[in-house]
Design a protein. Sequence first.
Length: 361
Amino acid sequence: MNPPLRHWLLIPLLAAFAPCVQAQDFAPRNKASLLTIGNSFTLDSTSHLLQLAQAGNKDLILLNLAKGGCSLQEHAMALQAMQADPQSIKADIYKVSGPAGQTFPPKAKVDLLDGLKAGSWDFITIHQYSKLSFKPESYEPFAGELVKFLKAHAPKSEILIHESWAYREDDPLFKDGSFTSDQMHAALKAAYTKMATDHQLRIIPIGDAFQAARKTPEWQFQRDPSFDFANPPKGGLPKEPRSLNVGWIWRKAAPVSETPDVSPDNDRAVAAEVPARFILDAHHANVAGDYLGSCVFYEVLFQDDVTRLVSYVPKGLTPEQAASLRQIAHDTVAEQRQAEAGYLQASQPASPIGGAYSRNN
C-alpha cells in the first residue's frame, strides 16, 4: 500500500533537515517560552495551550503578536517600516495577548522588535495568511525577510513554521468544484514545505493534523440535511457535530464579508446597529479545531505525549472527543518526529551533531 500523501511531502523537507535538526529538538522539556507572530489562526491554535501545559506540569511563557488576516507580506512591510523609522506607526500592527502580554499597556499595539524584547524566547512561530497559504508565489521574498530579521535579533531562538489548515469542504472557495479542500491542503503543505526547506526550519504540522482528523469517522464533516439554509430560522443553526471549524453562525458582520477574516472570538469591534446575519465561517477553528491545534503545539514544544493529559477537557467537547483529538495530534507529530530522527541518524557521519552548523545560521 502506498504511504499517505504527507509522507511524500515530507521527503524534500527531510533532505534539508539533515544539517539543521539537532538532537535536543527531540528532548523532553519542562519549560518553554513561546512568541507567536501571526493572525487569528495563531490565536486559534494556542487558545488551549496554557491549560494543556498546566495539565502536563509544564511551565510556559506565551506572548502572541497578532493582526487579523495578516500575511507574510504585511509582516514584512511592517518590518520595513520599523527599520526605516523605529517610531513609525506603520510598524505598530500587532495586538498582544497571552500572559507575557501583560507587560504592555492595555490595548497597546506594538511592533515586532517590541515583542522580541519582551522575553527570552525558546521558540518563535510564523505562518502565512490562510487565503494565501496555498499560493507559493505569495511567500517570498517576505518569509525570507522575516526569517533573516528574527535570526539576527533572536539568534538563540528556534524559528518554527506554524502550518495552517485547509478550509472546510463547504467553503465558498470550493463551490464550483474546480478546487477542493484536499487540494488546498496539498498545495499549502507543498508551499510550507518549500519555505521550511529554503530556510531550514521545522514545521508544527497542524494542517496535517486537521487533514488526518477529517479522514476519521469522528471528524468527517457532514452537512445537516434537515436544516433550511436558504431560509434559516432566526437564531437557528444546523447540526455540525463533526466539524473542526466554526461553521454557520449568526454574527454582526459587514455585507461584503461572506466569510470573516477575523475569528468571531477575537473580533469585538462590530457596530451595534449592524443586524446579525447568517454567515459561514469555514476558515477558523471551533473548540475542537482549537484544541487539536493546541495539542500539536504542546507535543512539538515539550516533546511530551499529549494523550496522557486527560485532566483537561475544554467546554464543548466530551472526554471521548478530546481523547480522539489528542491521539490524532500525537500520531501526527510522532510521524514527523520519527521521520526527522531517522534522517538525522542517517546523516550523522557526514554532518555530526554538535558541529559548527546552527539551525538558525
